[in-house]
Design a protein around this ligand. Structure first.
Ligand SMILES: Nc1ncnc2c1ncn2[C@@H]1O[C@H](COP(=O)(O)OP(=O)(O)OP(=O)(O)O)[C@@H](O)[C@H]1O
Ligand SMILES: [Mg+2]
Length: 397
């Protein structure tokens, strides 16, 4: 039985929400400050007591279960494993800021559970997993992605990101745009997950840096090195994502020859040779619109330029992808290559591949323009592995 207790929010103050919570303790589903709050009992029932059979994935901060809510809705139930030191009120405050955000290319947050030490998020369930699993994982690829589908995925993700950057108030910088955070529904329509949850974990948790959190391979240099976070860091990550979608390979692949190992570096080499088409995923065969796919690769390079100010806004990227803006004559400058100055090549780089990184270092920008030199030089660049899952912040531009 689902009981919807609509608490009255008289003042919106923390005191009143605590009182309401106490009153509604026995309810299965309630609403607090506009957010659906599920009881732990309801979520335990929905997932068959968090049965391993219903586990659909594990991320940096916990496990995700498939569950059926009492009204029959399928949900992805994310159990945060780290014991958040946040109190229920702070947790709820974070959740309510994103609960209202709705867009066809964003995963819907249905609600949460904050009972005792449990902190659980309940999302809309996406049938076709993430791009990382369905498109990039060579062992797990079951869906043949046509060029049309890839184009629509790129455009959909770009629209979702443009919405977060430019329409949501306050603006949201995602901070962890990557293939595993792009989920696909039953029609292969893309939805961005894990946005807007930056402050969900306390900054004193050792594996979280308040300065930098993201995933190696997708991190914009100015953000990784100097902690400078603007929407342009997301645009850089999105550029890497386009390259992955068109090429059908991960941004780092140690199985490939060393010159091809780092996707962005390889794309730049091919661009300079005028051979970008070599990067297009061959599994598409004749189905592919080679000219358009090359245009998309160029857009990926435009988004990953070393100078953040040269990267376009997300709405401009949407227009480029739709063919409303010509990118043919665009003068593309050299990409920002994080691997060049973070010693991520070789063993260390392999170990970090696919992991999230948190880093505190200072740097100076050298900008030599020399092809052989780094765009940046780093003082005291120490890198530590982190396992941050939720790392979005509000961009108070
Ligand atoms: N709403 C959802 N619908 C269907 N599957 C989901 C949903 N959310 C997450 N998943 C699955 O659970 C997996 C784990 O997700 P989670 O966000 O916890 O970690 P991640 O994004 O893979 O990695 P990281 O912790 O580094 O961000 C995803 O890769 C995906 O397969
Ligand atoms: Mg995720």
């Amino acid at each position: 039985m689902v009981t919807c207790g609509f608490f009255s929010i008289i003042s919106g103050s923390r005191r009143s929400s605590s009182a309401n919570r106490a009153k509604g303790h026995h309810k299965e589903v309630s609403v607090m400050e506009g957010t659906r709050v599920f009881s732990y009992r309801e979520l335990r029932r929905a997932t068959g007591n968090f049965s391993p059979d219903n586990k659909i994935g594990v991320g940096g901060f916990g496990s995700v279960y498939k569950g059926i809510l009492q009204d029959g809705t399928l949900a992805a139930i994310k159990v945060l494993s780290a014991e958040s030191k946040q109190g229920i009120d702070e947790f709820m405050a974070e959740i309510t800021t994103i609960a209202d955000i709705e867009h066809e290319n964003l995963v819907k947050l249905y609600g949460c559970c904050a009972e005792g030490s449990h902190r659980i998020l309940v999302y809309g369930y996406l049938e076709n997993n993430s791009i990382s699993k369905t498109l990039l994982d060579v062992d797990d690829c079951t869906i043949g992605f046509s060029w049309d589908t890839r184009r629509e995925i790129c455009i959909g993700v770009a629209k979702g990101l443009a919405f977060l950057h430019e329409e949501v108030r306050p603006h949201i910088v995602h901070r962890d745009i990557k293939a595993s955070n792009i989920l696909l529904d039953c029609n292969l329509k893309p939805k961005i997950s894990d946005f807007g949850l930056a402050k969900l974990f306390p900054s004193n948790m050792t594996h979280i840096s308040t300065r930098v959190a993201g995933t190696v391979g997708y991190l914009a240099p100015e953000y990784a090195v100097r902690g400078q976070l603007t929407t342009k860091a997301d645009i850089y990550s999105f550029g890497i994502l386009i390259l992955e979608i068109v090429s059908g390979r991960c941004n780092t692949s140690k199985k490939l020859a060393s010159e091809e190992r780092f996707l962005l570096e390889w794309a730049w080499v091919l661009h300079e040779k005028g051979e970008l088409s070599r990067l297009i995923d061959k599994t598409m065969g004749k189905d592919c619109d080679t000219e358009e796919a090359c245009r998309y690769l160029k857009i990926g390079l435009i988004c990953t330029q070393g100078m953040a100010k040269l990267r376009p806004s997300m709405s401009a990227v949407v227009r480029m992808l739709k063919g409303e803006v010509d990118v043919e004559g665009e003068n593309i400058s050299r990409p920002g290559l994080i691997s060049e100055f973070m010693s991520l090549r070789g063993d260390n780089g392999d170990r970090l591949k696919g992991r999230n990184v948190s880093k505190d270092s200072s740097c100076t920008m050298s900008g030599s323009g020399n092809q052989e030199d780094s765009l940046f030089s780093v003082d005291d660049a120490t890198t530590s592995v982190a396992t941050m899952t939720f790392n979005s912040v509000y961009d108070d531009r």
